[in-house]
Each structure stands twice: as C-alpha cells, then as structure tokens.
Design a protein around this ligand. Sequence first.
Ligand code: GRF
Length: 210
Amino acid sequence: MPKEKLGVLCSGRGSNLASIIEAIERGDVGAEIAVVIADKADAYALERARARGIPAAAVVRKEYADRETFERALLDVLHGRGVTLVVLAGFMRVLSPVFVHAYAGRILNIHPALLPSFPGAHAHRDALAYGVKVSGCTVHFVDEGTDSGPIILQAAVPVLEEDTEETLAARVLEQEHRIFPEAIRLYTERRLQTDGRTVRILPADEGGPS
Ligand code: GRF
C-alpha cells in the first residue's frame, strides 16, 4: 500500500504537528509528512517542521487579494508535493467549498471540544461559559460547514470548577495529542468507513485496499 502523503496546515505553535511527527517516527503511523504549511510566516509550527527536515512553507493570507486566490496558492503547494491527505492541526481558518471539494473526504480536523457542542474559534471559553462538566476534543472529516463533518474519534475530559481557559485547554490538548495521530493511523490503514454522518471503524484485518 503506498504511503499516505500528509499536508499539515497550522497557524501557530504546532504541538499537534509535533505529536503527529512523533507518531510517524515511532512507526505508529505509516505515512510521511510531505509538507507543513502555515498561514503566518512566524508560526512556530514551521520551525518545528524545518528542524525535522520536513518541507515547510508559509502561505500568508494577507498577501492574497481574496480567499479564493489564497486557497489556490494552498492547493498549488499541496498538489506540488503530491499530498493525498490534508491535516488541519490548529489551522485557524475556515476553508471554502472549492478547497473542500479539491480534497473531498481527504481532510481531517482536530477541534478542542466535544462536537457538535462549541464549534468555532473559542471552544474552551464557550464551554466554561456554558458550565459543562465534561469537555474534550474531536477529530472529524471536514465538510463545507464549520466543525460540522462526520466524527472519527472523540475523547472526554472533566471540567473542574477552578478551571480557566488555559487549564482546560492543557487538559484537552493531552487528549488531542493522543487521538489525532490515532485517527490518521486509522485513515492510513483504510479503516474508516463513512456512512452519512457515521464513521465506522473497521477492525484491523478489514482495512480496505489502497
Ligand atoms: C489546538 O487546541 C487545536 O485543537 C485548536 O488549536 C490548537 C492548536 O494547537 N484548533 P497546536 O498549534 O497544535 O499546538
């Protein structure tokens, strides 16, 4: 089975990127990272990639006239590197239907809440404001909506009365670093079968052909 070529999109520090790199290096995920792209030139994720010898590129939104030309530039880099699976690891932009169609069914995102609760950019703040007792994170396929695609894996953590956005985020992040590489592994093993909103996880010996 040919190795999946990942294009990892980030906006900031890239700790999820690091967890994916480590999982690949451990041999847990049979994929290679073909390129890391950040939408900010100073994103620490780019440094992390370069330090490991992974191609890294900044595609800066404000250097493009509109979202369409920005996304075309993203797609040019991804196609140029032969990317087969796009991984949104802390990428703080909503992708248009044009981009989503270009990689239909081949884009994964991590969101720091138990979707469908608290979509959007302020998940921890929203969870604390609502007073939930449990939060967590979700890996899902990306569709045309915001944080709305079929759910692959979720992990829950308790919300404590003394939590701040920072302490809750740190507890959730530990789980993100566990389930995101795991979801990528399941994808690369062809073990995710989507049926409407439901993603079935096939047993190890039933992964489909490449
Ligand atoms: C993560 O909590 C991710 O779920 C959210 O943004 C954060 C990115 O963190 N979308 P990092 O850049 O992977 O460290």
